[in-house]
Design a protein around this ligand. Structure first.
Ligand code: IPE
Ligand code: IPE
Ligand code: MG
Length: 251
């Protein structure tokens, strides 16, 4: 039985980087601006990071844009957050298509407006043949709810007589998650100073490296991304194996 196959060592650049785009509200507050303007500034930061990713040898970039728990925010803020994909795709989709970026939107479509769903579907469709950079936008996504829907799919297959409980292993389970087919993230970056996952990629982060940065997302730029990658490269990924390089012994 295997967890995800551990291939990269940390000295390789991370192929799959995932980012929790956090700190928009505080960025706005520090400037005495409404939170909505912080979210809009966050879209600009996303644009710059997506452009920089291929030069840093990133093949998969997954960003957390709206969690299943973010519905608990005031209605006006939720409305602004729901409007962000349109803001982003209106200004950037043509360029994403041209630059070979494949877009996927992960998370529950249920609960989103019909207009938003058709726009997300259209962005996926227009970029589906692209392969230069795979951009996953986690929107209305929650790690726990994703695990629950994967469990339901398998339970349904058992109920339908198409599978037996003992057929389930890690690989089959992972195939029912919304990250099916993607390598697990090598590196998760969380700006904003918070030291938690907030329900992001719970299953997928089994052996992921974490870098937390004291910068608010709208101020996050390619330099921060490059810095996080340098930190990542100094890590020793062991996947439960033995110590390759004992940093304590030499310090
Ligand atoms: C990230 O910024 C955007 C979402 C969570 C949707 P926040 O809005 O959480 O900003 P802070 O954490 O309050 O500063
Ligand atoms: C995580 O940030 C979700 C996104 C960035 C989309 P939150 O701001 O919602 O997380 P908490 O509430 O600080 O844990
Ligand atoms: Mg936050």
């Amino acid at each position: 039985m295997t967890v995800h196959k551990p291939t990269p060592t940390a000295s390789d650049p991370p192929l799959h980087v995932a980012i929790i785009m956090d700190g928009n509200g505080r960025w706005a507050k520090r400037r005495s601006l409404p939170r909505t303007l912080g979210h809009r500034a966050g879209v600009e930061a996303l644009r710059a990071v997506v452009s920089a990713a291929p030069d840093l040898n990133i093949r998969w970039l997954t960003v957390f844009g709206f969690s299943t728990e973010n519905w608990s925010r005031p209605a006006a803020e939720v409305a602004e957050l729901m409007a962000l994909p349109k803001r982003y795709f209106d200004s950037d989709l043509d360029r994403l298509v041209r630059e070979g970026v494949r877009v996927r939107v992960m998370g529950q479509r249920e609960g989103l407006s019909a207009d938003l769903i058709s726009m997300l579907d259209a962005a996926e469709l227009r970029t589906q043949a692209n392969d230069a950079l795979h951009l996953q936008i986690a929107f209305n996504y929650g790690g726990q709810s994703d695990i629950v829907q994967a469990a339901r799919k398998f339970a349904q297959a058992v109920a339908d007589g198409q599978a037996r409980p003992e057929d389930l292993d890690e690989a089959r389970f992972a195939n029912n998650l919304s990250t099916a087919g993607l390598p697990p993230p090598d590196l998760v970056i969380r700006p904003s100073g918070e030291l938690r996952l907030s329900n992001f990629l719970l299953w997928e982060c089994a052996y992921t490296e974490f870098v937390f940065q004291n910068v608010l997302w709208p101020d996050f730029g390619p330099k921060n991304l490059a810095e996080a990658i340098e930190t990542y490269k100094s890590r020793d990924r062991r996947y439960g194996g033995t110590v390759a390089d004992d940093a304590f012994a030499t310090s």
